[in-house]
Design a protein. Structure first.
Length: 416
């Protein structure tokens, strides 16, 4: 099977890595990709938001499956353009991707499907904002309605800061604060059949001990030794299947990856958010543990034949990923700094630890930073303790001026 992956982050590198190891994959292409993906796939300098250009590329290279990684092309309708060209595509339509593209739409779907989530108000005026903030009280949760790369959400005890963010958003969702640990659970679906993956936990804040601003995610691990073994079944029944059923009922079936961001509260599981694509960095740890070859599952989802797929197989290994971000991420990340130590990781730490590139590019012989999250080091081990040790040993070999990473990824869970 010839596969084209759209995107160029660490999530796409993880997808390409798994696909490159998949015996069913005969050729692997990626657009636009990055310096690391170039080692496993042929890159094409195509604008990932341009559906016509992506469809033309897919047709030109004879792709038999296109996998759209990030939310922006999905929300722009790139998957629809590929399907119109007659090529199976893994990723939801523009309409179904509104589940991620609009927090207000997601709330409406959840209400209709009876999916448990935080109580919320959608506000557009200062008066509505003040009323909602007053109704819920501190801590305040204020969410920009549209896509904001993980940075549209402010959770704060400071009323003035909450108000300021809300007023800057235009259309804003203000909701009840949810207490309790967060879990990311992904499911692959063809719009009807739903196949859950293994849960992972992401670290959203920039600094150790969950301090600092929200980011796109600074690290992740899987499995979750502290979680109830029935969690996946429970979320399947209360969240994933009802949401997929509701979108099908509306005539906008969701096919692709449904990502449920969950809070495990004292009153039960609540959805914090949905995403319409694989999460980054959770994908790095989930795919590190997946034994089933990925291409067949993604193709079944794209073609609407997922009911033919047996349950997925998983390794017993644990996996940990640590994101290395550039100087000043998430505010105004500095780019163009040389990255050293990549060869040392490949020589000393493979196959248990490896680097997945995010914002990187080639500059002559050097690999330089080209984004906020620069790379993520992923490692597996017999348990989280070993996976952590291996991940941090490899992180220690990476040299990037001014870079930052969290030192506490999976630390608490490894002790559990
Ligand atoms: P989101 O973009 O909706 O995932 O929000 C980003 C982060 O903000 C989440 O991962 C949570 O850590 C936090 N957050 C969002 N909604 C809530 C909520 N209702 N209660 C508590 N924390 C929240
Ligand atoms: N890890 C958070 C996200 O992918 O949105």
């Amino acid at each position: 099977m010839k596969v084209l992956v759209i995107g160029g982050g660490a999530r796409e590198h993880a997808l390409c890595r798994s696909l490159s190891l998949d015996p069913d994959v005969t050729a692997l292409h990626c657009a636009p990709g990055n310096a690391g993906i170039a080692e496993v796939a042929e890159l094409h300098p195509v604008d990932q938001l341009d559906g016509a250009a992506v469809a033309e590329l897919a047709t030109g290279i004879g792709a038999e499956l296109v996998v759209v990684g990030p939310e922006a092309p999905l929300v722009a309708g790139v998957a629809d353009a590929v399907r119109r060209a007659g090529i199976p595509c893994f990723g939801p339509s523009k309409e179904a991707a509104q589940l991620e593209g609009s927090k207000a739409f997601a709330k409406d779907v959840m209400a209709a499907a009876g999916v448990p989530t935080a109580r919320s108000y959608v506000c557009t005026t200062a008066a509505e904002i003040d009323e909602a903030l007053d109704a819920f009280g501190a801590p305040y949760v204020v969410k920009d309605d549209g896509l904001a790369a993980g940075k549209g959400v402010v959770v704060t005890g400071d009323l003035a800061a909450a108000r300021e963010h809300a007023l800057a958003c235009g259309r804003v969702v203000i909701e009840e604060f949810l207490d309790g640990p967060e879990v990311s659970l992904f499911a692959i679906t063809d719009g009807e059949t739903v196949l859950p993956l293994q849960p992972a936990q992401d670290f959203k804040r920039a600094l150790d001990d969950d301090e600092g601003p929200n980011t796109g995610g600074m690290g992740a691990y899987s499995p979750l030794p502290w979680a109830d073994p029935k969690l996946v079944d429970e979320v399947m029944a209360s969240v994933l299947q009802p949401t997929v059923d509701e979108l099908r009922r509306r005539g906008t079936p969701f096919s692709g990856l449904l990502y449920a961001g969950l809070a495990i509260t004292s009153r039960g599981v609540r959805v914090i958010e949905f995403n319409a694509r694989f999460g980054d960095p959770e994908t790095q740890v989930v795919l590190a543990r997946l034994k089933t070859p990925l291409s067949r599952v993604l193709l079944h989802a794209a073609k609407g034949t997922l009911d033919a797929e047996p349950p997925l197989n998983w390794r017993d290994d644990a996996a940990v990923t640590v994101v290395v971000a550039s100087h000043n991420y998430p505010d105004t990340p500095r780019t163009g700094d040389p990255i050293e130590g990549l060869d040392a990781v490949a020589a000393e730490d493979a196959p248990h630890a490896y680097v997945l590139h995010a914002g990187t590019k080639r500059d002559g012989d050097a690999v330089v930073s080209a984004g906020g999250r620069v790379l993520s080091v992923t490692a597996t081990g017999k348990d989280l303790v070993e996976a952590r040790e291996r991940a941090y040993r490899a992180v220690g070999r990476i040299r990037l001026d001014g870079s930052q990473h969290r030192t506490d990824i999976a630390r608490k869970a490894a002790k559990a």
